[in-house]
Design a protein around this ligand. Sequence first.
Ligand code: ASP
Ligand code: MG
Length: 426
Amino acid sequence: MKVFKFGGASVNSAAAIRNVAHIVGQQKDSPLIVVISAMGKTTNLLEKVIPGVPGNEQERKTLVRQVTDYHMSIADELFDKRRCPTVERLSELFDQLDCATQKTPTTYNFDYDQVVSYGEIISTTLISGYLNAIGITNTWVDVRTVIRTNENYREGIVDFGKSSLLAHDKIGMLTEKKRADGSYPIVVTQGFIAGTDKGTTTTLGREGSDYSASILSYCLDAENMTIWKDVPGFLNADPKYFKNTVKIDRIPFNEAIELAYYGASVIHPKTVKPIQNKGISLNIKSFLDPQAEGSVIGPYESIAPMTPLYIFKNNQILLSIQPKDFSFIAEDNLQTIFAVLARLNIRVNLMQNSALSFSLCIDYNDILIQQLRRELENDFRLVYNTGLQLITIRYYNQAIIDEIVADRTILLQQRARTTTQILVEN
Ligand code: ASP
Ligand code: MG
C-alpha cells in the first residue's frame, strides 16, 4: 500500500484536479490511500467565519458564499451534469457549513475545528466524485472515524493505538483484496482533520495534512508515502529567499526532523517521527513534473548531495529580560521565565543568557507578547527589537556566513558543530 498526499495548492483549480487525477491514475501497482487538504486558501477563509470571530452577518454570508462559489465553479468545470450525486452532496455540505457558522459560540478552539473541517470534507467529496466519474474508482472515507485524538481542539493529540485499530477496520479491509478487474483499490480521505471518542471533530494544527498522511502510513504499515508539492523536492533553501537552490536527493530522517524544527516549510514538523518509527520512506515530488525523481527522506547516514542548508524565519523579535532587583540571571529566574513561556505556549527559537539579562528570539505575536509582559513585569524589565530575521545554516562555513549576512546588523549568533543561527535586522 502507498500513501499520497496532495496539499491545497495541488487541488486549487479544475486543471489542478485533472492533474491530480492523472497522477493517481498512473499509480497501478498497489493499493493507494489519497490524503487531500482543503482546496487553495479555503482554510484561511473558513477561519474568518468561526462563530464568535468578530465580523457582521453580511461579512459572514459573503465569505460562505465565496467558499461555495469557488468550489461550485470548479465542480461546474469538472462534471458534465449540473445535477449529479456529487454536486448534490456538495450542496448539502454548503448548507451544513452555513448552519455551522451561525451556531452560538462555545469555546473558540472547539468551534474552530467544527467549521474549518468543512474545507477537507468538501475537497475530498468533490475530488473523489470526480475520480469516480472518470473511471478512477475509489472509496471516500471519513478520516474522523479513523484518526482518533483527544479533545485538545485545534491541535489534537493522536492516539496511535486506537487509530491503528480503526485504520485496519475502516481502510485496511477496503484495500486488502484486488478488485475483480485486477486493479487495486483506492481510498480518498481528508488531511488535517480527526475525531474524538465522543464523535466530535478535531484538527491537527495548521498545515497538518502531511502529518495525517504520516499517521495513516504508520497505522497501515504503508510501503512508502509521497507528498506532492509545487517544488521539485527538498531544496536546500526556500526559493522565495534564494536564487540558486540545490535539490537534496536523500535526507536522513533525523536531519528532516531538525530542519522542520528550525522552520523549513517543506514538511510539517510532526510528519517524520511516525514514519521513522516504522522505517517508511517519504518521497517529496513535484506534481508539475511527476516523472522527475524528487527527494527521499529515509534511513540514510547523511544528506546527499552534501551542501549547506538554509532556513529563513521572518517576523522575529529579540526579547531581553532583566531582573529588576539586580539579581543575576540564574537558575531560579530562568525557571520563572520558562514556566511562563510554557504556559503561554511560546516557542523559543534561539536563546542566550548573560549575568544580567536573558535574551530570546521568538515569533512576533502581539497578543502573546503583551501576556508575557503582564506575567513577568513585576520582577523583570522587558525590552525588545522587532522586525528581525532568523537565519539557520547547517553545514556552514565562514564564507557562506559572510555572504548571507553581508552588511546586515547581527543581533545574536550561535555556532554549534554543524549549525549556526544568526539573528539579523531585516
Ligand atoms: N487545510 C489545512 C491548512 O491549510 C491543512 C493543510 O493544508 O495541510 O492548514
Ligand atoms: Mg492548506
